[in-house]
Design a protein around this ligand. Structure first.
Ligand code: SF4
Length: 93
């Protein structure tokens, strides 16, 4: 039974990593790290409307965290309707 659960977890993890429709990417300005989960994104463009200096959907990389303040980035992430955007604060050295 435990082997079956471990096999499920391993396959789920492989699927999550390998599925091109479910990528997780991180972008940092050194203070805050923006986490974007492509599989959750509903393309509402709220991020682009709220912070066009940082979010450029037609460019690669499409998120430029150094183009805005950390407070503005966090404020923008809170307005993402799908939960595709999240963040964590980087550890201070
Ligand atoms: S606000 Fe969230 S759901 Fe909308 S486009 Fe940006 S990341 Fe995707």
């Amino acid at each position: 039974m435990k082997i079956g659960l471990n096999l499920f977890k391993t396959n789920y993890l492989k699927f999550s990593i390998m599925n091109p429709n479910n990528l997780t990417k991180e972008y940092t300005n050194g203070e805050v790290t923006i986490v974007w989960q492509s599989g959750k994104c509903i393309h509402s463009a709220n991020c682009v409307k709220n912070n066009p200096d940082v979010f450029h959907p037609k460019e690669k990389p499409w998120i430029l965290p150094e183009a805005s303040t950390t407070d503005k980035i966090i404020e923008t992430i809170h307005k993402c309707p799908s939960g595709a955007l999240s963040f964590y604060m980087n550890k201070k050295n």
